[in-house]
Design a protein around this ligand. Structure first.
Ligand code: EPU
Length: 417
């Protein structure tokens, strides 16, 4: 397994690059297979670390997992042997906590330690647990784990304190097998929620309103297996769009859904890039000069927090002062110190970064601190003078399918070692 990327900057990206299936939609879809004893076939999965990891979490529960191709999984949860995944698996992947909802709904109990994940701020799970409790589950701490038990969940009206993406998905999963109707108020509205609702409805569930802030789920006695293709990854598409702009290139991003990226498209245009939207693709062409813009990372349809760091990398090349406000997580600006090593003029005041540009960036050794921080450094390296060495690229491989190959195919000079 390669440990670092070596990038030679100064090569504009040109041509067409295609988007893989969505990481965050994929991990939720894998969890949904726990709801039924039938076969579930998932297609258009990204071939990345987090999906393989989520499949291992299900395997640890007794689910039969086959991988007929790098982009598909065949899951069968007819012989679940445990309702508590191995703690060492859960602590490394936050999405693994999503097994709680389906296990609780189908087997009446589930136990998991608090999930781990990227170091991007406090990531509580109160919203998930409050949702289960509202449906009648008894929630207790048992040693290091949260234990949820219920003799049959009941539909409930649930107000979410925060429109948490995984929290909404976990509660939706549980509610599909509850008795009666569940209404989630202040639900997350991200496209990955819609993707999950589509899969659940194919499995016989009745989920309405996904994509809005009130989601209604009529509970069913049982669901059945389904075949489902994962939606395209809007964050990967957005990362390529920013790559085109920062490298001074001209890129067609095939498979992107422009509708999912309206906030980014608006900001790229405001910064001076030309963006053309088509059905099933985006084309981004860079102007001779980029203008400073201010951005706020907020829940959908606002600019995604997962594109906040990549946008900050771009804004180091824009003329003027840009403000980058992170409103979702409280510690997602750690990459700022790595960008500074490359010569960026950027300061962080907790959840805001202030960037003065344009500054010439210079290749040096930097470290990917999480998936999106790693993406930001990769983007910065595309314009840096000389060679940038990015270490800890396992973060990038967890979330982006062979990003080095994809970037190389459109002109980047990058290799893994
Ligand atoms: N929050 C609560 N209580 C909860 C849950 C969350 O207060 O019970 C707060 C968090 O503290 C945070 C905010 O809600 O401030 C947002 O967290 P959310 O729960 O929405 O995030 P998540 O569901 O854990 C997913 C994605 C993240 C993405 C966020 C926000 C998956 C597997 N992960 O995380 O993706 O940043 O939504 O859109 O779907 C990534 O792909 O790099 C990534 C981190």
């Amino acid at each position: 397994m390669a440990e670092r990327f070596i990038v030679e900057g100064g090569h504009p990206l040109r041509g067409s690059v295609s988007v893989s299936g969505s990481k965050n939609a994929a991990v939720a879809a894998v969890a949904a297979a726990l709801l039924v004893a039938d076969d579930c076939y998932l297609e258009n999965l990204p071939d990345i670390g987090d999906v393989a990891y989520m499949a291992r979490v299900l395997e640890s529960l007794g689910v039969e997992v086959k991988r007929p191709s790098p982009s598909s999984l065949h899951l069968n949860a007819s012989r679940v042997t445990s309702t508590s995944p191995a703690s060492e698996l859960v602590v490394s992947l936050r999405a693994s906590f999503m097994v709680m909802g389906p296990l609780l709904a189908r087997f009446g109990q589930a136990a998991c330690p608090p999930p781990g994940g990227d170091v991007i701020g406090q990531r509580p799970i109160d919203v998930h647990l409050a949702g289960f409790a509202a449906m009648g589950a008894d929630i207790r701490r048992q040693g290091e784990k949260f234990l949820a038990e219920a003799r049959g969940l009941r539909g409930a009206r649930i107000f979410m304190d925060y429109p948490s993406v995984l929290g909404t998905q976990n509660v939706m999963l549980a509610a599909t097998l509850a008795k009666g109707t569940t209404v989630i108020i202040n639900a997350a509205a991200e496209p990955e929620i819609v993707g999950l609702a589509e899969l659940l409805n194919k499995m016989g569930a009745r989920v309405h309103g996904a994509g809005g802030h009130t989601v209604e789920i009529e509970g069913m006695e049982a669901l059945h297996g389904a075949r489902h293709a994962i939606i395209p990854d809007r964050i990967e598409a957005g990362t390529f769009a920013i790559a085109a702009a920062i490298s001074g290139g001209d890129l067609r991003i095939a498979g992107a859904v422009p509708q999912h990226l309206q906030s980014l498209v608006a900001k790229l245009r405001e910064a001076g890039a030309r963006v053309d939207e088509d059905e099933g693709s985006l084309s981004v062409c860079c102007p001779s000069e980029l203008r400073a813009v201010s951005i706020q990372a907020v829940p959908y349809p606002g600019l995604p927090t997962d594109l906040q760091a990549p946008m900050a990398a771009l804004l180091t090349q824009a003329t003027g002062v840009s403000y980058v406000h992170e409103r979702v997580f409280d510690n997602r600006l750690l990459y700022v110190s790595e960008l500074r090593k490359m010569g960026a003029e950027v300061v962080s005041t907790g959840t805001t970064a202030i960037i003065s540009g344009p500054t010439p960036l210079v290749g040096t050794s930097v470290r990917a601190l999480d998936i999106r921080a790693g993406a930001a450094l990769l983007l910065a390296a595309l314009v840096a003078r000389g060679r940038t060495e990015i270490s800890d690229i396992y973060h990038l491989n967890r979330g982006y399918q062979r990003i080095d190959e994809k970037l190389r195919s459109v002109g980047a000079v990058i290799h893994a070692e």
